[in-house]
Design a protein around this ligand. Structure first.
Ligand SMILES: [Zn+2]
Length: 255
């Protein structure tokens, strides 16, 4: 089992960079959640730990401590850049002790960006004496996805497809560095592949949904075939199913 610590830069009273109607702390949180979900959905033998999953302030030392205490195999800190010069723009990433994880992750991110032909300046990977890179024991990556202070970059940061692509680059980079095994059941490259497309449901999913509604009498407005199910709901379904079977057996005996 490989352990990845995902660190959403800033949070709470620390907004990070702010510009063009965007806050760094919000973007970084959205991105780490997408990256974490993509890793867990697409790869086996990987555990994701977040330094924060809500809008809270976490001290820099606490972020690296989370990685060190959990014996992480990789620490990835996600940031958005900013500069006094509004013309500064582009993608870059930092390493401190060991450049390999950063270079691999960065190359995957740039690959996804180039595949979709976004106009993004490739600023490359650099050494950076940054607290979270310096204080984590495991290999550590810090990505700076575009400049919030640049107009053209901020338009891309508001583009959900661009964010998806950059997150996919992170996912593929992390998986490559850690040599993660891809789940055989999932073959979509999307970071959120676990929800099938609404337009073409697999027949067994459809008929499963119909069984819940027609045979178990569940509400058709709530129990649509394509929504995820929580453990409590699964219990309710199984109880309904058991009652349904008992009814069938009872009727069979009377016949
Ligand atoms: Zn930052």
């Amino acid at each position: 089992m490989k352990i990845v610590v995902l660190d959403a830069g800033h949070g709470g009273i620390d907004s990070g960079a702010v510009g063009n109607g965007l806050k760094e702390k919000d973007l970084t949180l959205e991105m780490v959640k997408m990256i974490g979900k993509g890793l867990v959905d697409n790869y086996s033998e990987v555990k994701v730990i977040y330094t924060r999953q809500t809008d809270v302030f976490i001290k820099l030392d606490d972020r690296s401590d989370i990685a060190n205490k959990n014996n992480a195999d990789l620490f990835v800190s996600v940031h958005i850049n900013a500069a006094g010069d509004e013309l500064a723009n582009g993608m870059e990433a930092f390493y401190f002790k060991d450049s390999k994880a950063t270079i691999i992750t960065y190359n995957h991110i740039m690959n996804e960006i180039e595949k979709s032909a976004y106009k993004v300046n490739n600023r490359g990977t650099k050494i950076g004496n940054l607290s979270v890179l310096r204080n984590t024991k495991c290999p550590a990556v810090l990505t700076e996805t575009l400049f919030i202070t640049n107009k053209a970059n901020s338009i891309l940061l508001k583009n959900q497809k661009f964010i998806n692509d950059v997150c996919l680059g992170h996912i593929r980079g992390i998986a490559t560095f850690l040599n993660l095994k891809e789940n055989k059941l999932v073959n979509s490259p999307s970071p959120a592949p676990s929800i099938p497309q609404k337009s073409e449901p697999a027949n067994w999913l459809k008929s499963g949904g119909e069984y819940l509604i027609n045979d178990l009498g569940l509400d058709k407005n709530y129990w649509t075939w394509d929504r995820p199910i929580r453990a409590g709901e699964l219990g309710a379904v199984l109880a309904k199913h058991e009652a349904h079977l008992r009814e069938l057996i009872k009727n069979a005996k009377q016949d």
